[in-house]
Design a binder for this molecule. Structure first.
Ligand code: FE2
Length: 487
């Protein structure tokens, strides 16, 4: 059976194709990569064409529309609650997928499944923290022998994700999209308002932080005189404390060595240290938000562990990894784009749709941020040969590999790598092994042999507010428009 999991009609539509017999993930992508509309909520015609080309016999939708409508009704979103035009069955009919049988999954169960069914664990404690979907906004699960049992949940309007999104909006950023910019701002401020925020917004229930105010409609002029960077630092500290408390509670409820952590909040890599400290093994699937739930919905329909090999599951640019020309361009100009192989499934470029640079240059960070039209304070990440990671970064004692940029860690030698160290001395490191990505590993090895430096700055090959480069044509356009050579 070929199953297509779909997450759409909210933000950042995505689809995942799974073969239930071989347990292979055949294809997974965000729709925006094809439509070229950032966070496109709909499946574009090319996504639909790809889905049809696999001839799926079942579509598994990542949430339950009527359950969501009851929450929307409660939230006063009357237009959404009463609209029938956004029902998945009607929508799929409209885009030409209406003839395929359709099943629905719970929103948080899809998150949990996307993590558990791709994880290396038979049994695990699964934690999901997100902003808003149906009713659940935080859930804790026991996963064992393919069974997911929910043991705790809290519901809208209490939502840690919504709280963080509300502060995203409060500092002038786009909620539900630019939370990662708020996270980057945090290192430039002081958490002077953290106690006030915790007092105003949080209370403890059953040992779990509960948001006592509905943040769905924003914060107005809350702390109107506060500096935006201090606000960022403050809410980041509050969120990090909440994540720690939730994970502590989860460990008590589901005693296990293994943690699976999912939901949009799991993308906040600066708050993820307790996942590695409290559990022996932690798995954060590289696409833990709603787009990744398309894979979770597909997994639930097959009810099998999937063969997770790597996150390179999207559109393929054929050909071998361009090691020699990229190396030559890095030596010539210090900056080079790569668009090769299959695109990453998830928000982060991990070597196949990446803008790479020498991390040692003092001007590199501002150069790259200028090319990408990003704010100058934005951090940039390193990708390092896994065998050298320990030497340059303070990795968690139980995680010598961090292949998907799930965690910020302290850099041991910040002076020599100014382009990849954030204001607080940390970096969102990607360790690269041959098994993760042979081509990228070969490039890093060649760069190391030539320069003595085992890492490269690795940021997504896109301009701020635009989707990542997907096809060869996108890469050529990138070179033409922004003057960066892409191989
Ligand atoms: Fe979600």
């Amino acid at each position: 059976m070929i199953v297509c999991g779909i997450s759409a009609l909210s933000h950042d539509a995505a689809f995942s194709i799974v073969d239930s017999q071989s347990r292979e993930i055949l294809f997974a992508s965000h729709s925006e990569r094809f439509s070229r509309k950032k966070n496109d909520p709909e499946l574009d015609p090319e996504s639909v064409r790809i889905i049809k080309s696999y001839a799926p016999t079942l579509i598994s939708w990542y949430e339950r529309p009527f359950k969501k409508k009851t929450r929307q009704l409660f939230a006063g979103q009357l237009a959404e609650a009463l609209s029938l035009g956004d029902l998945p069955a009607r929508y799929l009919q409209k885009i030409g997928l209406g003839d395929i049988p359709l099943v629905y999954q719970d929103h948080h169960r899809s998150h949990a499944a996307a993590g558990y069914f791709t994880s290396p664990f038979d049994e695990a404690c699964v934690v999901v923290i997100d902003a808003i979907g149906e009713w659940d906004t935080l859930s804790i699960w026991r996963a064992d022998q393919l069974e997911l049992t929910k043991v705790y949940s809290s519901q809208y309007p209490s939502s840690l994700g919504l709280l963080y999104s509300a502060f995203t909006e409060r500092v002038g950023l786009k909620p539900n999209e630019e939370e990662f910019i708020l996270m980057g701002m945090a290192a430039h401020g002081e958490p002077v308002h953290a106690q006030t925020i915790a007092g105003d917004f949080l209370e403890e229930r059953d040992g779990v932080p509960h948001v006592k105010q509905n943040c769905h409609l924003g914060l107005g002029n809350y702390l109107s005189a506060a500096d935006a960077f201090d606000l960022a630092a403050s809410i980041q500290e509050v969120l990090a404390g909440c994540v720690r408390s939730v994970l502590e509670k989860a460990r008590l409820l589901v005693p296990s060595d293994n943690l699976v952590y999912m939901g949009g909040v799991a993308l906040n890599c600066a708050a993820n240290a307790p996942a590695y400290r409290l559990f022996k093994n932690a798995w954060i699937m590289p696409n833990p938000g709603d787009a990744g739930s398309s894979l979770g919905a597909a997994a639930l329909a097959t009810n099998q562990k999937l063969k997770w090999e790597n996150p390179y599951l999207g559109y393929e640019i054929a050909g071998s990894y361009p090691v020699e020309p990229v190396l030559a361009e890095l030596q010539r100009s210090g900056i080079c784009g790569v668009a090769s192989g299959r695109a990453e499934f998830g928000p982060r470029a991990l070597g196949n749709r990446s803008l790479l640079a020498d991390p040692r240059g003092t001007r590199t960070k501002s150069q790259v941020n200028q090319i990408k039209k990003r704010e100058p304070f934005r951090p940039l990440a390193p990708a390092i040969l896994v065998e050298h990671a320990e030497q340059y970064f303070e990795l968690p004692a139980n995680a010598s590999e961090l292949p998907y940029m799930q965690l910020t860690v302290r850099c041991k030698d910040p002076e020599n790598f100014p382009a990849i160290v954030h204001a607080d001395g940390t970096a969102r490191v990607q360790t690269v092994s041959w098994d993760d990505n042979p081509g990228f590993h070969e490039l890093l090895t060649a760069f190391h042999e030539t320069t003595g430096c085992p890492m490269l700055l690795n940021t997504s090959l896109n301009i701020k507010g635009q989707p990542l480069v997907n096809t060869r044509a996108d890469a050529e356009e990138f070179t033409q428009n922004y003057g960066v050579t892409c191989w």
